[in-house]
Ligand binder design. Structure first.
Ligand code: NAD
Length: 459
């Protein structure tokens, strides 16, 4: 257990927050520029760390972590002043003359608890939102992606304002100690089990939380789908980062009449992407640790292996695997897979699809491959999910202006772009009321005429 005085860290950041320094647009911009510079200057270090932790190749690292964070900081810089600008709203006549505004006030000191699968994005993206909102923050990195955690812990104090930001390393004991502190906001990314621990701790101080959790994101392949494009996109979304992606297609529901063609083309695509021996492919990642490796290899028993299945514990390698004949009651269909295994189940109708999805917890993502617009709309109208994509999967978090986050069991709260700014600010309604006119009818003793009531609630 660490001997770090977390209370002192929070107190230092709160004192700094209370000086008002972090409220100005200039300070926020300076920190976003510093973060962008850090990503640009130290890109090589980030590539190395991500390779060490997860064997992520550069293209993949850029798409979701390195260039992606540069671009998110850039987006915030471009729009920050517009987001910060107070918004005027109309005021009822009985309060005239006046004007009314919504201001977006910073919250204070935030705690950001990240996880290991996209260790840069999942800590720096909430940090960009916290900075945009004018907050200070403590970032807790995941112990499971240690090389990246060490790097971020070294770089944040080098590039960002040390009075405003701290990095804490460690595992459950350190997170537990951090959760005992008084925060103004807690942002957690990880599994639902720890998410409940976080929410329980936050409840003690009525601290607002964002929980970015996971779940089983369904992927529907309709008879009308463009199969060639569908298999390419599903394969990329499922097997990127060796399947350790919260938004990945967790399982496929394919319509019976196209099931065999879909499976055949999916297998061809996997071979094309990663070759006959995917263990040698520079584009295929590794499982983060042996605990997850053992969990995942046990899931291979949940069905018949249509393709893949090879594994090597010493190398934490599991081949891209397609499972068929998977029972909905099997372990692979009960827990989030979070690895390179894709169960493919056959369905007969749109109604089957809707019933299947609605019988389970609300997923983080939902993906529909169909050219028939009515099918797409019917499924979207009858189900729910944190996000969704039509004819694509797992790329929607890269769109800065789309709200990202779960619903129900996949989490609560949204971020990215302006959604992150809103999450990290209090929308504070302010009435500026002139004293030039002061209608007597609003004050007791009332003369019981209808004027005030008519003004407030016109008949
Ligand atoms: P996890 O929940 O075990 O760990 C996340 C963080 O919690 C880590 O920093 C860890 O140190 C801390 N932690 C672990 N045990 C703790 C405890 N007992 N008390 C306090 N803190 C503790 O992470 P995981 O389950 O390995 O992460 C994978 C999950 O995260 C998947 O479900 C995935 O879908 C989800 N995820 C969601 C998103 C998203 O953006 N919605 C992104 C990535 C991952």
């Amino acid at each position: 257990m660490s001997t770090v005085d977390y209370g002192a860290i929070v107190s230092r950041h709160r004192q700094y927050f209370l000086t008002g320094v972090t409220r100005s647009a200039e300070w926020r911009e300076s920190q976003l520029i510093a973060l962008r510079t850090m990503m640009q200057d130290r890109a090589e270090d980030f590539y190395d760390a991500l390779w060490t932790d997860l064997r992520r190749n550069r293209t993949d690292a850029d798409l979701t972590d390195v260039k992606c964070m540069t671009s998110e900081a850039e987006h915030a810089l471009t729009h920050l002043r517009k987001w910060m600008a107070p918004q005027s709203v109309s005021t009822p006549l009985f309060l005239a003359p006046s004007h009314t505004q919504v201001r977006f006030d910073p919250l204070g000191v935030g705690l950001i608890i990240g996880t290991w699968n996209y260790p840069v994005m999942l800590t720096l993206s909430p940090l960009i939102a916290a900075i945009s909102g004018g907050n200070t923050a403590v970032i807790k990195l995941s112990e499971m992606s240690a090389a990246t955690a060490n790097l971020i812990a070294r770089l944040i104090p080098e590039y960002l304002d040390r009075e405003a930001f701290s990095v804490v390393q460690g595992a459950a004991p350190e997170t537990t100690a951090l959760l005992e502190q008084q925060w103004d906001h807690i942002f957690f990314t990880g599994g639902a089990t720890v998410g409940k621990i976080v929410m329980t701790a936050a409840a003690k101080n009525l601290t607002p939380v964002v929980l970015e959790l996971g779940g089983k994101s369904p992927t529907i392949v309709h008879s009308s789908a463009n199969l060639q494009v569908a298999v390419r996109r599903i394969a990329q979304g499922r097997w990127q980062n060796a399947g350790q992606t919260c938004t990945a297609a967790d399982y496929v529901l394919v319509f019976k009449d196209v099931a065999q063609a879909f499976l055949r083309q999916l297998k061809e695509t996997v071979l094309h992407y990663y070759g006959e021996d995917p263990q040698q492919s520079p584009d295929f990642g590794r499982i983060v640790n042996v605990r997850h490796f053992d969990r995942l290899t046990a899931l291979l028993e949940s069905g018949t292996i249509y393709h893949g299945g090879q594994h090597d514990r010493d190398d934490r390698f599991i081949a891209p695997t397609i499972l068929v004949n998977v029972s909905p009651d099997s372990p692979a269909m009960q827990e989030e897979i979070f690895g390179p295994i894709l169960p493919v189940l056959e369905v007969d109708s749109v109604r089957d699809v809707i019933n299947f999805i609605n019988a389970r917890s609300s997923p983080l993502g939902l993906y529909i491959f169909a050219e028939d617009h009515r099918v797409t709309e019917q499924i979207l109208e009858s189900t729910t999910s944190g996000d969704a994509a039509v004819n694509d999967c797992a790329v929607q978090p890269l769109i800065h202006d789309l709200p990202f986050g779960g619903v129900g069991n996949s989490g609560m709260g949204k971020y990215h772009g302006e959604w992150g700014f809103r999450t990290y600010t209090n929308a504070r309604g302010v009435l500026y009321h002139s004293t030039r006119i002061d209608l007597g009818v609003r004050y007791p003793p009332y003369d019981h005429n209808q004027i005030l009531r008519e003004l407030v609630v016109p008949s």
